[in-house]
Design a protein around this ligand. Structure first.
Ligand code: HEC
Ligand code: HEC
Length: 446
């Protein structure tokens, strides 16, 4: 974010003070919240000002996915549906309809699919998402593909289940903007098609908990595997090329990715590349004075109030605090959930704030072991001394995790990123990448 914009924001915040006080239930310190005007002006390139992005149509890529994919963990997939919300085809179909229905939003323009577009592997391709009236949030939209396997939802894990998660965007003022969940239910309850579907699936008329159950069931029908890498692991040694094979070795050794992108460090993980944990890997930390923000969050925010935490995470600078917003533990400052690494060529830009454009930028970030002025950096982040060919190999491995539905779109994006990386490597810092691990500064509280 540019200095100029920051200053402008500062002014806007003064005007929006009442709003911020409402948000956090206190007139004290001022976490910067964007006013409606500010968020509507900000960064909605290629789209009418004050309007939500166009709502994608549910094409073939929106349909439930097969359970017969190479690499799909069958038992785990069955186990993740909660006992009170078993998967049925009718329920999944109802959830699919709801997922694409703008009528769930306050003015009929925004659906879940606005920010989770199946053509983009259920993301929106923006650094941070844009919702109702063109309002811009603070976080990057993660994919819904394989979200069924997450032990916690959101970058900071503030929701445990997909059911719990789905409730929050509906009432977030910059996402779907409903005053309440009941208002969303009321908007669809009278529609004939929905009346019948809710009766058929749940045996009663439309209501909030069932609406969330149907949406969650639809999301649980979105496992995505069968990538070249899955075929390689299944025994087809030529499914990926030499470079990707070397990248997979590096991933588990010198590049240290397995320290977090695996269930255990000792055993290679070929499924989701997550550890169900949160880490500070130094994203966005330079742009924010997180220590000062943490003090504000401690004073202003009741971590038990999920809706307030949601608004802080999506609408204010406190977003940068990550997991700290939920646990208020100092060690969780600016730490975020380890994300799944499948279909990355469709899910950029990368990280919780969408701050990196290419997989080469991601690799450059890790290679230099970004530890400057970051007292909470995870100890597994350190300079890696990866050479350029080794970086290319890691990228080749990552791109071998593309599911067949997205093969062509991914190939185009890979070419775009490769071309860009030839002229622009903003994160590359060879000196630090090949230097010693810098000492970690002590945490300093203002
Ligand atoms: C305006 C854009 C927008 C809309 C509309 C939206 N989302 Fe999201 N979604 C996001 C963003 C941004 C995040 C990450 C926010 C965070 O982590 O704080 C997210 C996170 C999620 C996650 C968590 C995934 C993970 O890996 O942690 C799920 C699941 C999800 N959304 C489903 C939905 C559903 C279901 C709806 C509709 C009821 C919906 N979203 C509406 C932007 C949106
Ligand atoms: C210390 C734990 C840790 C290590 C080591 C680690 N990661 Fe990550 N990774 C994370 C976390 C946490 C995030 C999300 C951080 C954020 O957005 O603030 C992430 C994000 C990513 C993303 C962005 C995904 C997206 O959807 O935006 C990619 C790609 C990635 N890691 C690849 C790698 C690779 C390749 C390596 C090895 C070179 C690696 N990671 C090493 C924890 C780790």
């Amino acid at each position: 974010m540019s200095i100029r914009k920051r200053t402008r924001l500062g002014l806007v915040v003064a005007v929006a003070g009442i709003n911020a006080a409402l948000l956090l239930g206190c007139a004290g310190g001022q976490p910067k919240e964007r006013s409606a005007e500010e968020t509507e002006l900000a960064g909605t390139a290629g789209q009418a000002p004050g309007k939500a992005p166009p709502l994608p149509k549910a094409g073939p890529l929106a349909n439930p996915r097969s359970l017969q994919q190479v690499g799909l963990p069958v038992d785990l997939t069955r186990a993740v549906a909660p006992p009170d919300n078993p998967q049925t085809p009718e329920k999944i179909a109802l959830g699919q309809k709801l997922f694409f229905d703008g009528r769930l939003s306050a003015d009929g323009t925004v659906a879940c699919a606005t920010c989770h577009d199946p053509a983009r592997a259920f993301t929106d391709g923006r650094p941070t998402s844009v919702g109702i009236h063109g309002r811009k949030g603070e976080r990057n939209s993660p994919t819904i593909l394989n979200a069924l396997y997450n032990k916690a939802q959101f970058w900071d894990g503030r929701a445990k289940t997909l059911e719990e998660q789905a409730a929050l965007p509906i009432v977030n003022p910059v996402e779907m903007g409903q005053p309440s969940q009941d208002a969303a239910v009321a908007a669809i309850a009278g529609i004939d098609e929905y009346q019948q579907a809710f009766r058929r699936v749940f045996g009663r008329s439309a209501n909030g908990p069932d609406l969330l159950r149907a949406i969650a069931s639809y999301e649980r029908a979105q496992p995505s595997f069968a990538s070249p890498f899955d075929h390689f692991i299944a025994g087809d040694k030529n499914a990926i090329d030499d470079s990707a094979r070397r990248g997979w070795e590096l991933f588990n050794t010198k590049a240290r990715c397995n320290k977090c992108h695996a269930l255990t460090e000792k055993k290679r993980d070929v499924t989701n590349f997550i550890d169900n944990d949160f880490h500070n890997i130094g994203i966005g930390i330079i742009r924010h004075n997180v220590a000062a923000l943490a003090v504000q969050a401690e004073k202003l925010l009741d971590s038990g109030d999920q809706a307030a935490v949601d608004r802080a995470a999506i609408q204010t600078d406190l977003s940068a605090l990550g997991r700290f917003l939920i646990t208020k533990k100092e060690a969780d400052t600016a730490s975020f959930k380890t994300p799944n690494l499948r279909n990355l060529l469709l899910t950029g830009p990368y990280f919780h704030d969408g701050s990196q454009e290419t997989l080469w930028d991601v690799m450059d970030h890790y290679n230099k072991g970004d530890g400057l002025a970051n007292a909470w950096l995870d100890e597994d982040i350190q300079p890696l001394a990866l050479t350029e060919p080794e970086i290319d190999d890691c990228v080749a491995f990552l791109t071998s995790l593309t599911s067949p539905d997205y093969r062509e779109a991914a190939a185009r994006e890979l070419e775009r990123q490769r071309a860009l990386s030839r002229t622009s490597r903003p994160q590359r810092d060879t000196k630090r990448a090949f230097g010693p691990k810098p000492p970690r500064p002590k945490p300093r509280r203002p």
